[in-house]
Design a protein around this ligand. Structure first.
Ligand code: ADP
Ligand code: TRP
Length: 321
């Protein structure tokens, strides 16, 4: 089984990214041949500053490794180190119906959030399809908001196979973790960089405290029972605390007599502790010069070999060269 996923280097990782997608991807690296990459071509749709893009790529590589990505088990690379993917993207675009892209929610959401409506942004799912198809991927672990893009990928693979020969491209399947499909942010909406409501994985202790103590709550008095439905504190606590501690917090909500401040302090401690081993690994990675570059160079070489073979097969099938 080949597993593939990508993350855009568009800012520091947050808890939504971790529990929505990364954790599942990290677990899957033990179950098959995993290919994970940093989608820097995709980030060009929102970042037009070379220094920022390069810094973000580097930060994401360090963070992904710190979270437990094991380069001995999986191939970890930078999307743009395999330029073959852009050629496949072009070929796919010639069988992509406009209507299919016009229906993509992510494009409409991004434009609504102020990202300029470029052709690249519109064609984003086609490049994502090329990412997935060029590595003959079977399973694509992603957050819920990316599911539609994997469905587009399946449609395009079917179209290519119908036009140019059955079996040309492997049809992938998304893998969504339903229980953490939407991690709430500090304001109760979906946690997202574009909503400015994130808790980053490697937040400084002081900043983390400020954010968690600032989570929006209702005005239920301390002595009254608190609502469990829609509580961001509880939803976040469930991710980072043990099941027993979570049950205690639920019971404390139902009983009343404890204020939100107390719950927030518990959430703060559990969050800090959950990411402690990753913080330590991150320090170790940063202390080893050249390590990240070596991992990415090695990953690029392995990824490129497969991408070249798929592209050669497709070029042959469509009549190029
Ligand atoms: P953002 O919304 O902060 O820009 P991205 O779109 O870069 O995050 O998402 C990267 C990955 O993390 C995707 O697979 C996405 O589905 C997942 N993800 C992001 N935010 C959340 C969230 N709040 N809950 C669950 N998954 C999320
Ligand atoms: N679009 C994904 C996101 O924003 C990133 C991505 C690019 C990706 N190519 C991919 C994810 C291929 C899975 C497979 O999160």
């Amino acid at each position: 089984m080949r597993i593939l996923s990508g993350l855009q280097p568009s800012g520091r990782l947050h808890i939504g990214n971790y529990f929505g997608m990364m954790e599942a991807a990290l677990n899957l690296q033990h179950e098959g041949e995993a290919y994970y990459f940093i989608a820097d071509y995709h980030s060009l749709t929102s970042i037009h500053d070379a220094k920022t893009l390069r810094e973000n790529v580097r930060e994401l590589a360090v963070d992904f490794l710190a979270c437990g990505l094991d380069p001995a088990k999986c191939v970890f690379f930078r999307q743009s180190d395999v330029p073959e993917v852009t050629e496949l993207s072009w070929i796919l675009s010639t069988v992509t119906p406009m209507g299919l892209l016009e229906r993509c929610h992510s494009y409409k959401d991004k434009v609504a959030h102020g990202i300029s409506a470029s052709h690249g942004l519109f064609a984003y799912p086609v490049l994502m399809a090329a990412d997935i198809l060029i590595y003959d991927s079977d399973v694509v672990p992603v957050g819920k908001d990316q599911k539609q893009h994997v469905e587009v990928t399946r449609d395009l693979a079917v179209k290519m196979n119908e036009a140019f020969g059955e079996g040309l491209l492997r049809i992938p399947a998304p893998r969504i973790r339903e229980e953490t499909a939407v991690v709430p942010g500090l304001d109760g909406q979906k946690m997202s960089k574009s909503y400015n409501n994130t808790i980053q994985l490697f937040e400084e202790e002081k900043a983390l405290k400020k954010k968690i103590m600032g989570i929006k709550t209702d005005s239920t008095p301390v002595e009254d029972p608190k609502s469990i439905e829609g509580s961001s504190i509880l939803a976040l606590y469930k991710l980072v605390a043990s099941p027993a501690d979570y049950d205690v917090m639920v019971a404390d909500h139902q009983r009343g007599g404890i204020g939100y401040g107390d719950f927030k302090k518990r959430l703060l401690q559990a969050t800090w502790d959950f990411f402690a081993p990753m913080r330590a690994r991150r320090e170790a990675i940063l202390a080893e010069p050249g390590y990240v570059d070596r991992v990415l160079a090695d990953g690029a070489e392995k990824a490129r070999k497969i991408a070249r073979a798929t592209l050669a097969r497709v070029r042959e099938a469509v009549g190029l060269g």
